[in-house]
Design a protein around this ligand. Structure first.
Ligand SMILES: Nc1ncnc2c1ncn2[C@@H]1O[C@H](COP(=O)(O)OP(=O)(O)O)[C@@H](O)[C@H]1O
Ligand SMILES: CC(=O)OP(=O)(O)O
Ligand SMILES: [Mg+2]
Length: 371
């Protein structure tokens, strides 16, 4: 089979994989938007300026060598109600993704940048969009409905869509269990309730702004906060910028990257300590909520950059949850940092698992399946 190229433009990074039958080349570009963006490609590292995702894509293409491709799989964050499965991109689909950009302003535009760059470069290779929202299409109305006037919600497509679905789908398969609570903690962060292998609720909503505290996003807020700020003289665009780019860990601790927040806290920075407390508390609150939603939860799963690597955070989240059947094996938890395989770190009746996510391999298999 010809290789599949997968492009995953996250809010803060570009991840890619060139997957052939006998070899996978993985790359990651971080700190996009700075003059010291970092590329890790197949075991070596480089640093240079990358002002935006277009620069990062060009850098990726310099590194990759391929003759023929079966397909390019693209992670696309928002698919609305229209796209609930992997979709071959044509002009109409491209326009559909653009139309949804206001609902995922940190993501759909950079996802589109990747699609446009590669459609232009490889016009004869099918480009397949795999949507973060797709796995959450099974969320029942009771969890998807906001208590707004029905006609207004209908007219404007206001409902819970949910994101990180491709990651949740992969993790659910790897867990090989039916009933789970998945904490996907990356730059964006979400919690998802899985019942009988299907998503039944998730913390992100209309957009990837609701729910947990994230790198730069506030997560849950009283909906009155924006009005309060409007009355104080801020305009809606400024408020959106604050809530999506200047809040979360960045707003509370002055740094969006968890490693930097940890370092500040280790040096006695009280704002960073409080940020970590708020971050873990919000996760605990959703775990409690989803234990009430899914009967017989078999496992709590930690995944993505923070979930897979930050053992302290896992201890902070799980420490006070023994009364709910969630208990950590301290040594196993400390040892589970950056390990490539699913690892069990709990001792209580509800398993606690660290499962490294692999959105790219999930996207590759879905893209290969449709072409
Ligand atoms: N060893 C680590 N300890 C704590 N946090 C880590 C570690 N490695 C990565 N992270 C955090 O993971 C986050 C990025 O996660 P990732 O899943 O790659 O995000 P995204 O896909 O949204 O760009 C960052 O906050 C980063 O600091
Ligand atoms: C949907 C979302 O928040 O994605 P990411 O974590 O990659 O920013
Ligand atoms: Mg991610």
């Amino acid at each position: 089979m010809k290789p599949v190229l997968v492009v995953n433009s996250g809010s803060s990074s570009l991840k890619y994989q060139l997957i052939s039958e006998n070899r996978t080349i993985k790359g990651l570009i971080e700190e996009i938007g700075s003059d010291h963006a970092r590329l890790r490609h197949d075991g070596h590292e480089e640093t240079r300026a990358a002002k935006d995702h277009d620069d990062a894509l060009a850098w990726m293409l310099e590194k990759l060598e391929f003759d023929e491709l079966l397909a390019v799989g693209h992670r696309v964050v928002h698919g609305g109600t229209k796209y609930t499965g992997p979709t071959i991109v044509d002009d109409e689909v491209e326009a559909g993704i653009e139309e949804l950009s206001p609902l995922a302003p940190l993501h759909n535009p950079v996802n589109l940048a990747g699609i446009r760059a590669l459609r232009k470069l490889l016009p004869d290779v099918p480009q397949v969009a795999v949507f973060d929202t797709a796995f959450h299409a099974t969320i029942p109305a009771v969890a998807a409905t906001y208590a707004l006037p029905l006609d207004l919600a209908e007219t404007h497509g206001i409902r819970r869509y949910g994101f990180h679905g491709t990651s949740c789908q992969y993790v659910t398969r790897r867990a090989n269990l039916d009933n789970l609570i998945i904490c996907h903690l990356g730059n964006g962060a979400s919690a998802t309730a899985v019942r009988d292998g299907r998503s039944v609720d998730t913390s992100m909503g209309l957009s990837p702004l609701e729910g947990l505290v994230m790198g730069t996003r506030s997560g849950d807020l009283d909906p009155a906060v924006p009005f309060h700020l409007i009355r104080a003289g801020l305009d809606p665009a400024a408020i959106e910028d604050i809530l999506t780019k200047k809040s979360g860990l960045r707003g509370l601790a002055g740094a969006s990257d968890m490693r930097a927040v940890r370092e500040k806290a280790a040096n006695g920075d009280e704002d960073a300590e409080r940020a970590l407390d708020v971050y873990a508390y919000r996760i605990r609150k959703y775990i409690g909520a989803f234990l009430a939603v899914v009967p017989g939860v078999q496992a709590l799963v930690f995944t993505a950059g923070v979930g897979e690597n930050d053992w302290r955070l896992r201890a902070e989240v799980c420490g006070p949850l023994s009364h709910l059947g969630i208990e950590l094996d301290e040594d196993a938890n400390r040892a589970a940092v950056g390990v490539g395989e699913p690892t069990s770190i709990g001792t209580g009746p509800i398993q606690v698992l660290v499962i490294p996510t692999d959105e790219e391999s999930e996207i590759a298999s879905q893209a290969a399946a449709v072409v």
